[in-house]
Design a protein around this ligand. Structure first.
Ligand SMILES: NC(=O)C1=CN([C@@H]2O[C@H](COP(=O)(O)OP(=O)(O)OC[C@H]3O[C@@H](n4cnc5c(N)ncnc54)[C@H](OP(=O)(O)O)[C@@H]3O)[C@@H](O)[C@H]2O)C=CC1
Ligand SMILES: O=C(O)[C@@H]1CCC=N1
Length: 327
Protein backbone atom coordinates (compact mmCIF):
# COMPACT_ATOMS: atom_id res chain seq x y z
CA UNK A 1 0.00 0.00 0.00
CA UNK A 2 1.36 3.40 -0.99
CA UNK A 3 4.97 4.18 -1.72
CA UNK A 4 7.92 5.90 -0.08
CA UNK A 5 8.91 9.41 -1.09
CA UNK A 6 12.39 10.67 -0.25
CA UNK A 7 13.10 14.40 -0.34
CA UNK A 8 16.83 15.12 -0.64
CA UNK A 9 17.47 18.63 0.63
CA UNK A 10 14.73 19.84 2.90
CA UNK A 11 14.99 23.62 3.05
CA UNK A 12 12.40 26.16 1.94
CA UNK A 13 11.05 24.11 -0.96
CA UNK A 14 11.50 20.67 0.56
CA UNK A 15 9.44 21.84 3.54
CA UNK A 16 6.84 23.50 1.28
CA UNK A 17 6.36 20.33 -0.80
CA UNK A 18 6.45 17.91 2.13
CA UNK A 19 4.09 19.88 4.32
CA UNK A 20 1.68 20.23 1.40
CA UNK A 21 1.81 16.55 0.48
CA UNK A 22 1.58 15.35 4.10
CA UNK A 23 -1.42 17.64 4.55
CA UNK A 24 -3.16 15.85 1.67
CA UNK A 25 -3.23 12.68 3.78
CA UNK A 26 -5.38 14.48 6.36
CA UNK A 27 -7.27 16.73 3.97
CA UNK A 28 -7.60 15.02 0.59
CA UNK A 29 -9.19 18.10 -0.97
CA UNK A 30 -7.25 21.33 -0.84
CA UNK A 31 -8.51 24.15 1.34
CA UNK A 32 -10.33 26.43 0.61
CA UNK A 33 -11.69 24.85 -2.57
CA UNK A 34 -12.23 21.47 -1.02
CA UNK A 35 -15.21 19.92 0.66
CA UNK A 36 -16.72 22.50 2.96
CA UNK A 37 -19.71 22.74 5.21
CA UNK A 38 -21.33 25.75 6.80
CA UNK A 39 -20.97 26.00 10.53
CA UNK A 40 -23.78 27.63 12.54
CA UNK A 41 -21.92 30.95 12.26
CA UNK A 42 -22.17 30.62 8.48
CA UNK A 43 -18.41 30.33 8.13
CA UNK A 44 -17.33 27.54 5.80
CA UNK A 45 -14.83 25.16 7.28
CA UNK A 46 -13.22 22.20 5.56
CA UNK A 47 -14.34 18.72 6.59
CA UNK A 48 -11.47 16.42 7.52
CA UNK A 49 -12.36 13.58 5.18
CA UNK A 50 -10.09 10.79 6.27
CA UNK A 51 -9.20 8.87 3.16
CA UNK A 52 -10.72 5.44 3.72
CA UNK A 53 -9.54 4.33 0.31
CA UNK A 54 -5.89 5.42 0.10
CA UNK A 55 -4.95 7.25 -3.08
CA UNK A 56 -2.35 4.90 -4.55
CA UNK A 57 -0.86 7.69 -6.62
CA UNK A 58 0.17 9.58 -3.47
CA UNK A 59 3.00 8.56 -1.15
CA UNK A 60 2.26 7.12 2.29
CA UNK A 61 5.76 7.18 3.79
CA UNK A 62 8.23 10.08 3.77
CA UNK A 63 11.96 10.49 4.33
CA UNK A 64 13.51 13.97 4.44
CA UNK A 65 17.29 14.24 4.03
CA UNK A 66 19.54 17.14 4.96
CA UNK A 67 23.28 17.36 5.56
CA UNK A 68 23.43 18.80 9.10
CA UNK A 69 22.07 17.45 12.42
CA UNK A 70 21.06 20.98 13.28
CA UNK A 71 18.75 21.03 10.24
CA UNK A 72 17.01 17.89 11.55
CA UNK A 73 16.30 19.62 14.85
CA UNK A 74 14.97 22.69 13.03
CA UNK A 75 12.79 20.57 10.73
CA UNK A 76 11.27 18.70 13.66
CA UNK A 77 10.36 22.03 15.26
CA UNK A 78 8.96 23.35 11.97
CA UNK A 79 6.74 20.32 11.44
CA UNK A 80 5.66 20.20 15.10
CA UNK A 81 4.49 23.79 14.66
CA UNK A 82 2.45 22.68 11.66
CA UNK A 83 0.35 20.48 13.94
CA UNK A 84 2.09 17.15 14.24
CA UNK A 85 2.42 16.70 10.48
CA UNK A 86 5.99 15.63 11.09
CA UNK A 87 5.01 12.32 12.65
CA UNK A 88 4.73 10.68 9.24
CA UNK A 89 8.17 11.93 8.17
CA UNK A 90 11.59 10.50 9.04
CA UNK A 91 14.18 13.29 9.18
CA UNK A 92 17.72 12.15 8.50
CA UNK A 93 21.05 13.99 8.31
CA UNK A 94 23.97 12.75 6.26
CA UNK A 95 22.49 9.49 4.95
CA UNK A 96 21.26 10.27 1.45
CA UNK A 97 22.27 6.91 -0.05
CA UNK A 98 20.56 4.77 2.61
CA UNK A 99 17.44 6.95 2.38
CA UNK A 100 17.26 6.79 -1.41
CA UNK A 101 17.73 3.02 -1.21
CA UNK A 102 14.57 2.78 0.90
CA UNK A 103 12.51 5.05 -1.35
CA UNK A 104 10.49 4.46 -4.51
CA UNK A 105 10.47 8.08 -5.65
CA UNK A 106 13.03 10.77 -4.92
CA UNK A 107 12.55 14.54 -5.11
CA UNK A 108 15.83 16.44 -5.27
CA UNK A 109 15.44 19.84 -3.56
CA UNK A 110 19.04 20.86 -2.87
CA UNK A 111 20.67 23.98 -4.25
CA UNK A 112 21.51 23.57 -7.97
CA UNK A 113 25.30 23.43 -7.44
CA UNK A 114 24.95 20.64 -4.84
CA UNK A 115 23.18 18.25 -7.20
CA UNK A 116 26.17 16.67 -8.91
CA UNK A 117 27.90 15.87 -5.62
CA UNK A 118 24.74 14.38 -4.14
CA UNK A 119 23.85 12.27 -7.19
CA UNK A 120 27.37 10.98 -7.84
CA UNK A 121 28.16 10.15 -4.19
CA UNK A 122 29.53 6.66 -3.50
CA UNK A 123 26.71 4.11 -3.55
CA UNK A 124 24.09 6.50 -4.90
CA UNK A 125 23.99 4.96 -8.38
CA UNK A 126 22.97 1.58 -6.94
CA UNK A 127 20.36 3.23 -4.71
CA UNK A 128 18.88 5.06 -7.72
CA UNK A 129 18.64 2.03 -10.02
CA UNK A 130 15.22 1.77 -11.63
CA UNK A 131 13.74 4.66 -9.65
CA UNK A 132 11.95 7.88 -10.50
CA UNK A 133 13.94 11.01 -9.67
CA UNK A 134 12.18 14.36 -9.75
CA UNK A 135 14.42 17.43 -9.69
CA UNK A 136 13.16 20.88 -8.75
CA UNK A 137 16.53 22.54 -9.29
CA UNK A 138 16.50 25.80 -11.21
CA UNK A 139 18.71 25.84 -14.28
CA UNK A 140 19.84 22.19 -14.16
CA UNK A 141 18.82 20.42 -17.36
CA UNK A 142 17.60 16.84 -17.65
CA UNK A 143 20.53 16.15 -20.02
CA UNK A 144 22.97 17.25 -17.29
CA UNK A 145 21.36 15.05 -14.67
CA UNK A 146 21.39 12.15 -17.14
CA UNK A 147 25.19 12.09 -16.78
CA UNK A 148 24.99 11.85 -12.97
CA UNK A 149 22.51 9.00 -12.55
CA UNK A 150 22.36 5.38 -13.75
CA UNK A 151 20.72 4.65 -17.11
CA UNK A 152 17.77 2.95 -15.39
CA UNK A 153 16.81 6.06 -13.40
CA UNK A 154 13.78 7.85 -14.82
CA UNK A 155 14.08 11.65 -14.69
CA UNK A 156 11.39 14.30 -14.48
CA UNK A 157 12.00 18.00 -13.93
CA UNK A 158 9.63 20.07 -11.82
CA UNK A 159 9.44 23.77 -11.09
CA UNK A 160 7.19 24.28 -8.07
CA UNK A 161 6.83 27.41 -5.94
CA UNK A 162 6.58 28.26 -2.25
CA UNK A 163 2.74 28.37 -2.11
CA UNK A 164 2.89 24.55 -2.42
CA UNK A 165 3.14 24.84 1.37
CA UNK A 166 -0.50 25.97 1.57
CA UNK A 167 -1.49 23.76 -1.37
CA UNK A 168 -1.83 26.73 -3.70
CA UNK A 169 1.35 26.01 -5.62
CA UNK A 170 2.01 26.20 -9.35
CA UNK A 171 4.24 23.44 -10.65
CA UNK A 172 5.48 22.98 -14.18
CA UNK A 173 6.68 19.49 -15.05
CA UNK A 174 8.77 18.20 -17.92
CA UNK A 175 9.87 14.76 -19.04
CA UNK A 176 12.85 14.24 -21.35
CA UNK A 177 12.43 15.09 -25.03
CA UNK A 178 12.23 12.11 -27.33
CA UNK A 179 15.28 13.36 -29.26
CA UNK A 180 17.38 13.21 -26.09
CA UNK A 181 17.66 9.44 -26.74
CA UNK A 182 17.28 8.66 -23.08
CA UNK A 183 18.17 5.09 -22.22
CA UNK A 184 14.94 4.70 -20.26
CA UNK A 185 11.71 6.40 -21.00
CA UNK A 186 9.64 8.02 -18.36
CA UNK A 187 6.58 5.86 -17.93
CA UNK A 188 3.03 7.12 -18.26
CA UNK A 189 2.66 6.04 -14.64
CA UNK A 190 5.56 8.35 -13.62
CA UNK A 191 3.83 11.32 -15.21
CA UNK A 192 0.58 10.41 -13.47
CA UNK A 193 2.34 10.18 -10.11
CA UNK A 194 3.99 13.58 -10.62
CA UNK A 195 0.68 15.09 -11.65
CA UNK A 196 -0.97 13.57 -8.55
CA UNK A 197 1.70 14.78 -6.16
CA UNK A 198 1.86 18.33 -7.48
CA UNK A 199 -1.88 18.69 -8.20
CA UNK A 200 -2.53 17.73 -4.60
CA UNK A 201 -0.59 20.84 -3.53
CA UNK A 202 -1.80 23.28 -6.18
CA UNK A 203 -1.90 23.32 -9.96
CA UNK A 204 0.43 21.25 -12.10
CA UNK A 205 1.00 21.01 -15.83
CA UNK A 206 3.52 19.51 -18.24
CA UNK A 207 5.42 21.81 -20.61
CA UNK A 208 8.46 21.31 -22.85
CA UNK A 209 11.76 21.64 -21.04
CA UNK A 210 12.79 24.52 -23.31
CA UNK A 211 10.30 26.68 -21.36
CA UNK A 212 11.71 25.81 -17.96
CA UNK A 213 13.79 28.93 -17.35
CA UNK A 214 10.82 31.14 -18.19
CA UNK A 215 8.63 29.09 -15.82
CA UNK A 216 11.31 29.37 -13.15
CA UNK A 217 11.15 33.14 -13.46
CA UNK A 218 7.38 33.45 -13.81
CA UNK A 219 5.95 30.97 -11.31
CA UNK A 220 9.08 29.90 -9.38
CA UNK A 221 10.25 33.43 -8.56
CA UNK A 222 6.76 34.87 -9.07
CA UNK A 223 5.66 34.86 -5.41
CA UNK A 224 8.47 37.33 -4.70
CA UNK A 225 7.43 39.62 -7.56
CA UNK A 226 3.76 39.45 -6.61
CA UNK A 227 4.62 40.26 -3.01
CA UNK A 228 6.50 43.39 -4.04
CA UNK A 229 3.33 44.60 -5.75
CA UNK A 230 1.28 43.49 -2.74
CA UNK A 231 3.53 45.34 -0.31
CA UNK A 232 3.54 48.46 -2.48
CA UNK A 233 -0.27 48.51 -2.62
CA UNK A 234 -0.41 48.17 1.16
CA UNK A 235 2.18 50.95 1.53
CA UNK A 236 -0.07 53.21 -0.51
CA UNK A 237 -2.94 52.42 1.82
CA UNK A 238 -0.74 53.15 4.83
CA UNK A 239 0.31 56.43 3.22
CA UNK A 240 -3.37 57.35 3.09
CA UNK A 241 -3.87 56.48 6.75
CA UNK A 242 -4.93 52.81 6.74
CA UNK A 243 -3.53 50.67 9.55
CA UNK A 244 -0.78 48.37 8.25
CA UNK A 245 -2.49 45.04 9.03
CA UNK A 246 -5.74 46.01 7.35
CA UNK A 247 -3.91 47.50 4.38
CA UNK A 248 -2.10 44.17 3.88
CA UNK A 249 -5.33 42.20 4.19
CA UNK A 250 -7.06 44.41 1.61
CA UNK A 251 -4.13 44.19 -0.78
CA UNK A 252 -3.70 40.40 -0.46
CA UNK A 253 -7.37 39.52 -0.78
CA UNK A 254 -7.72 41.93 -3.73
CA UNK A 255 -4.82 40.33 -5.59
CA UNK A 256 -6.19 36.87 -4.79
CA UNK A 257 -9.68 37.87 -5.96
CA UNK A 258 -8.41 39.37 -9.21
CA UNK A 259 -6.21 36.33 -9.87
CA UNK A 260 -9.07 33.93 -9.17
CA UNK A 261 -11.38 35.75 -11.59
CA UNK A 262 -8.83 34.94 -14.27
CA UNK A 263 -8.24 31.36 -13.14
CA UNK A 264 -11.80 30.33 -12.28
CA UNK A 265 -13.86 32.34 -14.77
CA UNK A 266 -11.28 32.75 -17.51
CA UNK A 267 -11.74 36.52 -17.28
CA UNK A 268 -9.12 38.41 -19.30
CA UNK A 269 -7.09 40.76 -17.07
CA UNK A 270 -7.83 43.67 -19.42
CA UNK A 271 -11.56 42.99 -19.10
CA UNK A 272 -11.30 42.95 -15.30
CA UNK A 273 -9.44 46.25 -15.42
CA UNK A 274 -12.03 47.75 -17.79
CA UNK A 275 -14.98 46.84 -15.57
CA UNK A 276 -13.34 48.55 -12.60
CA UNK A 277 -12.37 51.65 -14.58
CA UNK A 278 -15.31 54.06 -14.41
CA UNK A 279 -14.98 56.88 -16.98
CA UNK A 280 -13.51 59.91 -15.28
CA UNK A 281 -13.16 57.90 -12.06
CA UNK A 282 -10.43 57.17 -9.59
CA UNK A 283 -9.29 53.84 -11.06
CA UNK A 284 -8.22 55.34 -14.40
CA UNK A 285 -6.36 58.03 -12.46
CA UNK A 286 -4.38 55.30 -10.71
CA UNK A 287 -3.94 53.23 -13.88
CA UNK A 288 -2.36 56.18 -15.71
CA UNK A 289 0.05 56.72 -12.82
CA UNK A 290 1.13 53.09 -13.12
CA UNK A 291 1.53 53.42 -16.89
CA UNK A 292 3.66 56.57 -16.37
CA UNK A 293 5.83 54.43 -14.11
CA UNK A 294 6.26 51.87 -16.91
CA UNK A 295 5.00 49.19 -14.59
CA UNK A 296 4.08 46.77 -17.41
CA UNK A 297 7.45 46.75 -19.15
CA UNK A 298 9.28 46.80 -15.81
CA UNK A 299 7.43 43.68 -14.62
CA UNK A 300 7.76 41.92 -17.97
CA UNK A 301 11.51 42.75 -18.13
CA UNK A 302 11.93 41.41 -14.59
CA UNK A 303 10.64 38.05 -15.87
CA UNK A 304 13.00 38.33 -18.86
CA UNK A 305 16.07 39.03 -16.69
CA UNK A 306 15.11 36.35 -14.15
CA UNK A 307 14.74 33.84 -17.02
CA UNK A 308 18.21 34.73 -18.27
CA UNK A 309 19.66 34.30 -14.78
CA UNK A 310 17.77 31.01 -14.28
CA UNK A 311 19.49 29.61 -17.37
CA UNK A 312 22.85 30.21 -15.72
CA UNK A 313 22.07 28.45 -12.43
CA UNK A 314 23.65 25.07 -12.02
CA UNK A 315 25.95 25.76 -14.97
CA UNK A 316 29.73 25.93 -14.53
CA UNK A 317 31.61 29.25 -14.27
CA UNK A 318 28.57 31.41 -13.59
CA UNK A 319 28.64 31.86 -9.82
CA UNK A 320 26.16 34.02 -7.93
CA UNK A 321 27.01 37.70 -8.01
CA UNK A 322 29.23 37.62 -11.09
CA UNK A 323 26.88 40.06 -12.78
CA UNK A 324 27.91 43.44 -11.39
CA UNK A 325 25.54 45.63 -13.37
CA UNK A 326 22.51 44.89 -15.43
CA UNK A 327 22.25 45.47 -19.15
N1 LIG B 1 13.01 28.87 -3.00
C1 LIG B 1 12.12 28.82 -3.98
O1 LIG B 1 11.12 29.56 -4.00
C2 LIG B 1 12.29 27.84 -5.10
C3 LIG B 1 13.45 27.07 -5.22
N2 LIG B 1 13.59 26.17 -6.24
C4 LIG B 1 14.76 25.32 -6.31
O2 LIG B 1 14.69 24.49 -5.18
C5 LIG B 1 15.99 24.16 -4.71
C6 LIG B 1 16.04 24.37 -3.22
O3 LIG B 1 15.82 25.72 -2.92
P1 LIG B 1 15.53 26.18 -1.43
O4 LIG B 1 14.59 25.25 -0.80
O5 LIG B 1 15.21 27.61 -1.50
O6 LIG B 1 16.99 25.96 -0.78
P2 LIG B 1 17.41 25.77 0.75
O7 LIG B 1 18.79 26.26 0.89
O8 LIG B 1 16.35 26.34 1.64
O9 LIG B 1 17.42 24.18 0.93
C7 LIG B 1 18.47 23.37 0.54
C8 LIG B 1 18.43 22.12 1.40
O10 LIG B 1 19.39 21.19 0.93
C9 LIG B 1 20.00 20.56 2.04
N3 LIG B 1 21.28 20.02 1.62
C10 LIG B 1 22.40 20.67 1.25
N4 LIG B 1 23.37 19.82 0.92
C11 LIG B 1 22.84 18.59 1.09
C12 LIG B 1 23.36 17.28 0.93
N5 LIG B 1 24.62 17.06 0.51
N6 LIG B 1 22.55 16.23 1.19
C13 LIG B 1 21.29 16.42 1.62
N7 LIG B 1 20.74 17.64 1.79
C14 LIG B 1 21.53 18.70 1.54
C15 LIG B 1 20.08 21.67 3.05
O11 LIG B 1 20.21 21.15 4.37
P3 LIG B 1 21.56 21.45 5.23
O12 LIG B 1 21.54 22.90 5.51
O13 LIG B 1 21.42 20.59 6.43
O14 LIG B 1 22.69 21.09 4.35
C16 LIG B 1 18.73 22.33 2.87
O15 LIG B 1 17.76 21.68 3.63
C17 LIG B 1 16.96 25.00 -5.50
O16 LIG B 1 17.61 24.17 -6.42
C18 LIG B 1 16.11 26.03 -6.21
O17 LIG B 1 16.60 26.31 -7.49
C19 LIG B 1 12.57 25.94 -7.12
C20 LIG B 1 11.42 26.65 -7.05
C21 LIG B 1 11.18 27.69 -6.07
O1 LIG C 1 15.77 32.36 -6.94
C1 LIG C 1 16.02 31.20 -7.23
O2 LIG C 1 17.09 30.91 -7.77
C2 LIG C 1 15.01 30.11 -6.94
C3 LIG C 1 14.49 29.48 -8.18
C4 LIG C 1 13.06 29.90 -8.28
C5 LIG C 1 12.79 30.57 -7.04
N1 LIG C 1 13.86 30.66 -6.30
Amino acid sequence: MGYTLCVIGCGTMGVAILSGVVDTLKWPSPFPNGITHSSPSGVSTPVPTLATVPDESLPSRFIACVSRDDSVRKLKRTFDALGGLGQSIQFIAGHNVESVAQADIIILCSKPHQAEGILTAHGMAAALEGKLLISILAGVKISQMRDWVPASTRLIRAMPNTPCKIREGMTVLSSPDAELHTPVHVLARDKEICTSIFSSIGRARFLDEKHFDACTALSGSGPAFACIFLEAMADGGVMMGLPRAEALELAAQTLQGAARMTLQEGAHPAAIKDTVTTPGGCTIAGVLMLEDGRVRSTVARAIQVATERASELGQPAKPAGYRHHHH
